[in-house]
Design a protein around this ligand. Structure first.
Ligand code: NCD
Ligand code: ZN
Length: 346
């Protein structure tokens, strides 16, 4: 039986670091294990321009724990007034590695997102030309569409028309939660990839709703039926190069989650690698963990994989606090519901 596993240091291809006191509180949870992360731009106000991304990057670097080596990969938040020339310059300087599409109103802090896709055509064409990936929150916001169907409907109503109209556009369908999403990514050719979160490999919608409402399992896209969860596990552990880890670790203070109208987001930065090792071991795929967390992502983003290695070792159940304390309040860790036997050696 495998008791230890040495792999390249992982990256997180979809992460919320927030700002201010929350940033300071959650950043060490990521830098402890990860070398790089695609940092989501949904701050208030959002990170729209190259100058704003440069300033946000400075704030992240200033908040790094002493001795940490971590590279934030910056992302611009696409709005209907985004300037293609600014995107081009921010990418050319190496600062910005992707642009994020939030359909307006789809999720936390997405009010500045896109309503009329014709208005972003120029930016998308520039991105196709320079090979800059578009990270997509793939849910329609039409109130007539059931929340459990919003990803599948988005693929045909929004994503397919965008991709047809913009040949060569490189797209990451983020936090895929459905079989339909997986199949869409698989059929999308070399310019298409999908990220999978940790928590969607663990929970289905029953975990959120059956036997009492559990706000810490509520995220967007919302977890779907068990059949989808099983399909996601197969995609993550099956060795397909088009899928890689984007935790979507999305911290909110407990008071904002445990509320009459709770925020969406699961905070998984702290225990993601232990949970993933458990899942990959269960699926008999520990030898594929490195591809999922450290190789497929850099290959899609055309970046070199990390040279540094980490070792995971199996031992006594990991004892983690239920929540971390931050200057913005306590943040509850995602609870996978099973003991974590895999530890990342420090
Ligand atoms: C994210 C957040 O809190 O910023 N929440 C979430 O449930 N995933 C936004 C997002 O990525 O949709
Ligand atoms: Zn997210």
């Amino acid at each position: 039986m495998t008791q230890s596993l040495t792999i390249r240091r992982p990256d997180d291809w979809h992460l919320h670091l927030r700002d201010g006191a929350m940033l300071e509180g959650v950043l060490p949870e990521t830098t402890r294990h990860f070398a790089r992360a695609i940092v989501m731009p949904n701050l208030v106000p959002p990170v729209v321009t190259g100058a704003e991304a440069a300033a946000y990057r400075e704030r992240i670097m200033a908040a790094l724990p002493a001795g940490a080596r971590f590279e934030p990969l910056m992302v611009l938040y696409l709005t209907e007034t985004t300037d293609p020339a600014d995107v081009r310059a921010a990418a050319a300087s190496g600062l910005v590695k992707a642009v994020k599409l939030y359909p307006a109103g789809a999720t936390t802090n997405s009010a500045s997102g896109v309503r009329d896709f014709d208005r972003v055509r120029g930016v998308l064409e520039t991105m196709a030309e320079i090979g800059l990936p578009l990270c997509v929150h793939g849910e329609v916001t039409d109130p007539a569409v059931d929340i459990f169907d919003r990803e599948a409907v988005f693929l045909e109503r929004v994503l397919e028309p965008i991709r047809r109209a913009t040949p060569g556009l490189r797209v990451v369908l983020e936090h895929v939660t459905t079989r339909e999403g997986l199949d869409y990514v698989r059929g999308g050719g070399p310019d298409m990839a999908g990220t999978l979160t940790t928590h969607h490999l663990i929970i289905n919608r029953n975990h959120i709703l059956a036997g009492g409402i559990r706000p810490h399992y509520y995220c967007l896209p919302v977890a779907k039926r068990e059949t989808h969860r099983l399909a996601l596990r197969e995609a993550a552990t099956g060795g397909e190069g088009c899928f890689f880890l984007g935790t979507d670790s999305a911290p909110h203070a407990d008071a904002a989650k445990e509320s009459a109208c709770g925020c969406a987001g699961c905070f998984t930065a702290t225990n993601t690698l232990s949970i993933l090792a458990h899942v990959f071991e269960e699926e008999g795929a520990l030898d594929r963990l490195e591809g999922f967390v450290a190789l497929n992502g850099p290959a899609f983003y055309r970046l070199p994989p990390n040279e540094e290695r980490i070792t995971l070792r199996k031992g006594e159940p990991l004892v983690l606090p239920a929540r971390i304390e931050t200057g913005a309040g306590p943040v509850t860790l995602f609870d996978p519901g099973f003991p974590l036997l895999w530890h990342v050696e420090s």
